[in-house]
Design a protein around this ligand. Structure first.
Ligand code: FEO
Length: 385
């Protein structure tokens, strides 16, 4: 696949892995992207996951023919991109490795060598001349590891953006970009919104026609759409108005409350209500919804003087990813000593700029008429917010 007349896609599609990074389900697989800039000098941009080394080297060979690469540019050392560095350097002993100083330290740890005899260390603003193409490097620490660099090719106006603008899903699958890019961003990079914002500020100074990420499709049209979403996600601003209802339920009573609330919200005209059963759903999807919409309802029984374990895990995901700037409501259940609302409030006490609703719901086992009225009042308040 040509990205431009002399930039080629040589990445691979992964339909073998069940989990990405050991935790994220990837029903439509995953893409590990790699590119070749074939100029006077040839630069290969990143490698791929360890299970796809042979396929990747074959892709390289198809593009290179008898030519040999001059450089391997390593933007990111996470193994989904770096696992084949040693295989590449063994196959092409004259190629020079180009990466940040921190990346070379990681190479030593991963591969036992920091390539001190065949490397170029690059940092902010450094350039690599290839002929017609010149790469300018920018640091992007914590997007999503500390050693990350991105690069900009001024000839074709391309940003090689590392994990930024990536998504789950193999490239031979048709699917909506935003859905799986959002789940990917909030799960994997979401804790580092401040750092991702810094990268966007650098990108804003560039004239970009194409974004080449390390996962997901090459983005070459309507870039404002992607940049606008990334701007919202990285600044923790809700993407749209809507309500996420995340619940855990032991015998179905808390579930009934959550579903009744969803019904009431829909009746009152709320267009976006996302309901997740935390014991059964893909929790990364529920986390994504919590960051997507401006209101979140947490519903759980009290359990061992605490909240139900799935709710605990869910709130931990939110706080670890800097959940903020949202309206939050609680539905608690407890057959003898309801504690859940207190525990959830405590878990969220350090989250910035949360507005807690005045109407909450306290269930003492099964839904009472009073609870139904409380749920109606809560729906009313959420519609006003
Ligand atoms: Fe796709 Fe952070 O590696």
């Amino acid at each position: 696949m040509n990205v431009t007349s002399d930039i080629f896609y040589v990445g691979v599609n992964d339909h073998k892995s069940d989990l990405f990074e050991g935790q994220y389900v990837i029903p439509n697989g995953m893409a590990y992207n790699s590119y070749v800039i074939a100029d006077d000098k040839i630069a290969v941009m990143d490698t791929v996951d360890k299970n796809f080394g042979e396929e990747w080297l074959a892709n390289l060979k198809t593009v290179l023919g008898e030519r040999k690469p001059d450089y391997l540019v390593v933007h990111h050392m996470e193994p989904d991109h770096s696992a084949n560095i040693a295989a590449f350097t063994a196959l092409y002993p004259d190629a020079v490795v180009v990466a940040s100083a921190k990346a070379f330290v990681m190479m030593k740890n991963f591969f036992g060598t920091d390539y001190s005899d065949r490397r170029i260390v690059v940092g902010e603003g450094d350039k690599l001349e290839l002929g017609k193409h010149t790469l300018t490097f920018m640091t992007a620490p914590m997007v999503h590891w500390p050693e990350v660099i991105v690069s900009y090719d001024s000839a074709d106006k391309i940003l090689f953006s590392a994990d930024a603008f990536g998504k789950f899903g193999a490239l031979d699958e048709e699917e909506d970009w935003a859905c799986e890019a959002r789940r990917y961003y909030f799960g994997i990079v979401g804790k580092y919104g401040v750092q991702a914002q810094m990268l966007l500020k650098k990108a804003a100074t560039l004239d970009i026609n194409i974004i080449c990420p390390l996962h997901g499709p090459v983005l070459s049209e309507n870039l404002e759409y992607y940049l606008d979403l990334y701007n919202k996600w990285t600044s923790y601003v809700p993407e749209s108005s809507g309500v996420t209802i995340a619940y855990a339920s032991v015998y179905g009573n808390t579930k009934e409350a959550a579903e009744l609330l969803a019904e009431k919200l829909t009746e009152k005209g709320c267009l976006k209500v996302a309901v997740s059963d935390l014991a059964r759903c893909d929790m990364a999807e529920a986390v994504e919804d919590a960051f997507r919409y401006d209101k979140l309802v947490l519903a759980t029984p009290t359990y061992n003087g605490d909240v139900f374990p799935f709710m605990k895990e869910f709130i931990n995901h939110l706080t670890e990813h800097n959940f903020q700037n949202r309206t939050v409501a609680f539905i608690e259940n407890g057959s003898w000593a309801p504690m859940a609302a207190k525990v959830m409030a405590k878990m969220l006490e350090n989250s910035k700029n949360l507005t807690f609703t005045e109407n909450n719901v306290k269930i003492m086992s099964a839904l009472s008429d009073e609870n139904r009225a409380q749920i109606d009042n809560l729906a009313e308040e959420l519609m006003k917010n």
